[in-house]
Design a protein around this ligand. Structure first.
Ligand SMILES: [Zn+2]
Length: 404
């Protein structure tokens, strides 16, 4: 995985659009004002009236991209695009706000969040926060960090917005993430943002095209090319082409496993693996995957129903995400095939298909408690199968192995 970022400076370029309208330039009171020659001043004020550029041409604009959650690791994704004028911060766009997972030696730590102290004295310049997709390492820290950011707009593709709103609701915050469509273009201060649909292990994953007065930035958060996705919604490669043809000043991209030669198998391949294991299982079948991977959960449900097994969900994250996905129409299954946890004991094990949270070996998860024989309703016994359908997020291998 390579996460790249650059500091780009380009001066005196033709601006694509005048985002400040006819407003006068913002002046930092600490900067001594430079007097322009009288003739030049009058020309500029006329030009400003007609062209709409708010700032005199003497200034130097630059952009800094700051990985608030760090760079080179997989999680805690959070980026600031910082537009500067004469070296002074003017406008900040934030992208993502994700959690990280504690290392084995971080005793008593449940999760790790990006260190946002850098933004503390720049709140007034933050124009908004856009999420790329609904994975926890992109949305999970928002309940902890939003109160530190001030009252800023939060925007995301529909499913990511729904997942993030679950977290905000749980934290008893009243702000909500606004769901954007992939055809939408949004303007936040000088930043104009549009979405490109990408395939990933969660539906509604997006890359962002960020237009700035200095040029176009392509924010390509993690993804995988799946030419046969379970939900049938393919990556919008033609949009990537189009933005490439317009010219991209800087591209950030992040794709786990991109150094491996070959192709990532399509999600469809997982169907065969689940069917094969289920056919060999005489007892309970426990299936675990990332709780945001609702396409894969839907696939597991379809296979379970075909094999006359009833479904039970375990774990808060799975329950909440499935509930949201059903209400948005991303998942469908007959309600009468779902069994409540306490009713399981009335059923033979061979009729059970349990979808369990905790694929990353999280210490308090349902799967960890079941593995430790510490769960109220489920004990794993001989003849049962536990199917892991998740790659470890780098750093989580130890906790996953402990559960196994
Ligand atoms: Zn992701």
């Amino acid at each position: 995985m390579n996460k790249q970022f650059y500091q780009q400076k380009q001066h005196g370029q033709k601006k694509p659009w005048g985002y400040r309208g006819n407003k006068p330039p913002r002046i930092n009171p600490n900067t001594p004002t430079k007097q322009e020659p009288a003739q030049k001043q009058s020309f500029m004020s006329k030009a400003q009236q007609f062209i709409g550029f708010g700032r005199p041409k003497t200034g130097k604009e630059s952009i800094r991209i700051i990985p608030i959650g760090g760079s080179g690791n997989v999680t805690k994704n959070m980026f600031a695009y910082e537009l500067r004028y004469d070296g002074l911060v003017r406008d900040i766009l934030l992208v993502d706000c994700g959690i990280g997972f504690p290392d084995a030696d971080m005793y008593g730590v449940d999760l790790v969040i990006p260190d946002t102290r850098y933004l503390a004295d720049k709140k007034q310049y933050i124009r908004g926060l856009v999420f790329t997709h609904g994975h926890d390492d992109h949305i999970g820290a928002i309940p902890y960090i939003y109160p530190k950011l001030g009252n800023i707009p939060l925007l995301a593709p529909p499913l990511a917005a729904a997942f993030a709103n679950v977290k905000l609701k749980e934290a008893k915050l009243h702000v909500r993430v606004k769901a954007m469509q992939f055809t939408d273009t949004i303007t936040l201060g000088p930043f104009k943002i549009s979405f490109i649909r990408m395939t990933h292990s969660v539906p509604d994953t997006s890359h962002l095209v960020i237009e700035t007065p200095l040029g176009i930035f392509y924010h390509g958060s993690d993804f995988k090319f799946d030419f046969d996705p379970l939900d049938g919604k393919k990556s919008e490669i033609e949009k990537i082409n189009a933005v490439g043809n317009r010219g991209v000043l800087c591209m950030l991209t992040d794709c786990l496993g991109s150094e491996r030669i070959g192709f990532t198998p399509s999600e469809q391949k997982i169907r065969d693996a689940i069917e094969k294991e289920l056919a060999m299982c005489p007892g309970k079948f426990l299936f675990t995957t990332q709780s945001s991977n609702i396409s894969r959960i839907q696939l597991a449900i379809d296979i379970a129903l075909k094999n006359n097994r009833k479904i039970a969900f375990f774990g808060r994250s799975v329950n909440k995400n499935v509930e949201e996905a059903v209400s948005l129409g991303y998942m469908k299954f007959p309600r009468d095939m779902i069994v409540r946890d306490r009713d399981l004991k009335k059923m033979p094990s061979s009729k059970m298909f349990l979808i369990v949270a905790g694929a990353q070996g999280q210490p308090e998860s349902a799967l960890t408690r079941m593995a430790n024989d510490n769960h109220m309703f489920v004990t794993i016994s001989e003849g049962d199968t536990v199917m892991y359908s998740a790659d470890p997020i780098p750093g989580n291998e130890n906790s996953m192995n402990t559960v196994i």
